[in-house]
Ligand binder design. Structure first.
Ligand SMILES: C[S@@+](CC[C@H](N)C(=O)[O-])C[C@H]1O[C@@H](n2cnc3c(N)ncnc32)[C@H](O)[C@@H]1O
Length: 223
């Protein structure tokens, strides 16, 4: 897997291309409908037991290479529960959701994103990877009564601290009793301050792994 050494791993977070006609408007990987022209490329996911070819695209996070944080999460976080509802919060083109679905074929994996191009890619990638247990949808389309046996996320830190906190406050309370969330965050993008904030909200946080500038956090339900 080639990860360019000369650019920071989340350099795709703010896209270089500007939307047509949008003078001064910055394009982001979390735009609901990216205006940058589509140009798909095939990326190979290879991590432990999981190998898959995935389509990525401009306007979607990690369009040039599978993100190092994502690979760190898939290598270092515990395997998902065999059954139940799992959540990939901020699925992008679906590398985490598809790995979870392969590892737990009897579970249902909710791949949630606000970027419609990302969701289309996740659906197409899940079909190619033969993981029919992936459901890719917008946040509001997840049935409100569902509780998750685990949450995995490479969260969108570039949305800003307040929006990131809101996002976590929305989804972490939906962990089933005793279930864990696993988050990967770059240390220089605030992994430690996020852990401190989560603890202040009453969550039990373990710093599982710190590798190549990324921290994997395990977050247990609020007391
Ligand atoms: C850092 S990227 C990770 C993408 C993918 N999981 C990966 O590993 O390549 C975070 C993702 O969160 C999505 N996102 C941003 N705001 C969101 C929100 N409010 N709800 C769900 N997803 C969101 C972004 O569109 C982006 O695809």
């Amino acid at each position: 897997m080639s990860i360019p050494k000369n650019r920071p791993p989340q350099a795709t977070s703010t896209l270089r291309s500007r939307p047509a006609g949008g003078a001064g408007k910055r394009a982001h990987y979390f735009d609901p409908v990216p205006e940058v022209e589509s140009k798909r490329r095939t990326l190979r996911l290879r991590t432990g037991d999981v190998a898959a070819e995935l389509q990525a695209d401009r306007g979607v996070f990690g369009s040039r290479a599978i993100d190092l944080g994502t690979l760190t999460l898939l290598k270092e976080a515990p395997l998902p529960p065999a059954e139940g509802e799992l959540l990939d919060l901020g699925s992008g083109y679906g590398p985490i959701a598809i790995a979870l679905a392969r590892r737990s074929p009897a579970a249902r994996v909710w791949a949630v994103d606000v970027n419609e191009r990302a969701l289309e890619l996740t659906r197409a990638n899940a079909a190619t990877a033969r993981t029919p247990n992936v459901v890719a949808c917008l946040p509001d389309e997840v049935p409100a009564h569902l509780r998750f046996a685990a949450i995995y996320s490479n969260p969108p830190v570039r949305v800003g601290k307040a929006a990131l906190h809101d996002l976590l406050q929305r989804w972490l309370p939906r962990l089933a009793p005793g279930a864990q969330a696993y988050l990967v965050v770059q240390r220089n993008l605030g992994a430690d301050s996020l852990a401190t904030w989560l603890e202040a909200q009453g969550y039990r946080v373990q710093r599982l792994k710190s590798k190549k500038g990324y921290r994997v956090l395990s977050v247990g339900g609020a007391e």
